[in-house]
Design a protein around this ligand. Structure first.
Ligand SMILES: *Cc1c(COP(=O)(O)O)cnc(C)c1O
Ligand SMILES: [Zn+2]
Length: 461
């Protein structure tokens, strides 16, 4: 299939480098194996040269993006690579490892909005992706760069990550797509069975380690630091570059209008940083002219950013992360905390937390209105509900909740909720199957009893 693919200004030479987030001098090319500033050990970030990006006017960029979005011209149909010039300009198209990530549905949450008194509530379904989470958006960039570096002759025999379940699933999928060996470090018995099976199925070397995520992170840093194995965790800011296309895609899906408020769950805090970076870059080249408010939502059991927010971000202390149903954000020592705080300060940002009961009820209430939420999206929904109760949003504000993983990865969480197995949770929306004898009368009676109960509920509401 051919169609006129719009191109940006052919004279522009796009350029991006790694730079220290604390301002140490020095630029490092994106195809160098480097994760931290050699001078101060702080994180690096990808900085784009704005001049060549500004050589194409914003209206033309919008046309370029729209001409590519979800079409078949490799690799630009991908939601990430359709913004290649803003993401990772140097990687050759032939080295790109893509599963056509991005392009996820922006779900109008009409029913949930109605229940919560909002007219313009949307859920960005980032979990509806190749490996079932938003991690694909960043992983495509990282694994593409690995393929490019191997192509250039660099000795990278494998790529490794520590994970709370979704990073490893995504890394394993992209490495399998590219034919590159993957190694994943998982906290033993702390990821869902779907998340454990994913890297196994993709042939990744899978280590189940007797510690938590923060412990796995320590080990993978040492392994990748002392051996020539490439580190795929989000301290590697190539991933942030891909994830930041969430912001581009949101604006594109709203015909380049900026939403008023975005709620996003946070664990290692790479995603909230990426969200902010995306908006800053769009503003810098004139693609948008205002900024949204950002709310980062944490599980109460793993809430170091929330605690820091209560002290106006003047101090930050890591915490031991307690078990939470939102297992992908059970992180007490988030790698990207400095980036996240910087973003929240620039976006009039707040942090909210959700208890186990609050996140489970909010996820279930969302499901009841047509979604199929993971517990982390439940954290974001619960945070939104608290903010609404406090009167901090207007009913007509355009609000987007970032949904991070597919609910199908968390079947046991949902099964246990609907059979009211959680002792400390009321399970207000539990809807267990009705067991009934195989006769007309028994079925009819059971059926109408349930319908009556439901109608009574609706007239009460
Ligand atoms: C990774 C992940 C998060 C948290 O993202 P961070 O960048 O670590 O803050 C939230 N939800 C799900 C499902 C995830 O996999
Ligand atoms: Zn530095």
């Amino acid at each position: 299939m051919t169609f006129p693919l719009k191109s940006p200004n052919p004279a522009a030479k796009y350029r991006a480098v790694f730079r220290c987030i604390s301002g140490c001098p020095g630029d490092y090319p994106l195809n160098e194996i480097i994760y931290q500033c050699p001078k101060c050990q702080d994180l690096l970030e990808v900085v784009h040269d704005l001049d060549p990006l500004r050589m194409t006017p914003p209206e033309e960029w919008r046309d370029v993006f729209d001409s590519r979005f979800m079409r078949t011209f490799w690799p630009y149909g991908s939601g990430v690579w359709g913004k290649k010039e803003f993401v990772c300009p140097d990687v050759l198209d032939e080295n790109i490892v893509s599963t056509c990530e991005g392009g996820s549905n922006l779900f109008w949450a009409e029913q949930l909005g109605y229940r919560w008194g909002l007219k313009d509530l949307w859920i960005k379904q980032c979990g509806n992706s190749h490996s079932g989470s938003f991690k694909d958006l960043g992983m495509t960039v990282l694994v593409s760069m690995v393929k490019q570096m191997r192509h250039e002759g660099k000795n990278i025999p494998a790529v490794a990550c520590a994970s709370t379940g979704d990073t490893s699933a995504s890394l394993a999928a992209y490495c399998a797509t590219a034919g590159i060996p993957a190694i994943v470090f998982l906290p033993k018995n702390k990821v869902s069975s779907a998340q454990l099976v994913q890297p196994l199925a993709h042939g990744a070397i899978t280590l189940a380690i007797d510690t938590d995520f923060d412990g796995c992170m320590q080990i993978v840093k040492e392994i990748t630091g002392r051996n020539n194995i490439y580190l795929a965790n989000s301290m590697n800011s190539l991933r942030i570059e891909g994830q930041k296309t969430i912001s581009f895609e949101l604006c594109q899906q709203f015909d380049w209008e900026v939403p008023d408020l975005i709620v996003i769950p946070g664990g290692n805090l790479g995603n909230v940083s990426a969200l902010g970076q995306g908006f800053l870059l769009m503003k810098a080249v004139g693609l948008i002219d205002r900024m949204p408010r950002i709310v980062c939502a944490q599980a109460e059991n793993a809430n170091p950013l929330y605690l820091s927010y209560l002290k106006s971000f003047n101090e930050f202390d890591s915490v031991p992360a307690k078990p939470t149903l939102a297992s992908a954000i059970q992180i007490g020592n988030p790698v990207s905390v400095k980036k996240a705080i910087r973003v929240l300060k620039r976006f009039n940002g707040t942090v909210e937390q959700a208890s186990e009961a609050e996140l489970a009820e909010a996820a279930a209430e969302g499901d009841l209105t047509g979604l199929y939420n993971c517990p982390h999206t439940g954290v974001a929904l619960a945070a939104l509900k608290k903010i609404i109760r406090r009167g901090e949003v207007r009913p007509d504000e355009r609000i987007v909740v970032i949904s991070t993983a597919h609910g199908l990865k968390f079947t046991s969480f949902k099964t246990r909720y609907h059979t009211s197995e959680y002792k400390d949770i009321e399970c207000r929306f539990a809807n267990p199957p009705i067991e009934v004898h195989a006769t007309y009368d028994a079925v009819r009676n059971a059926l109408f009893r349930s319908l009556d109960a439901r109608n009574a509920q609706i007239s009460k509401a």
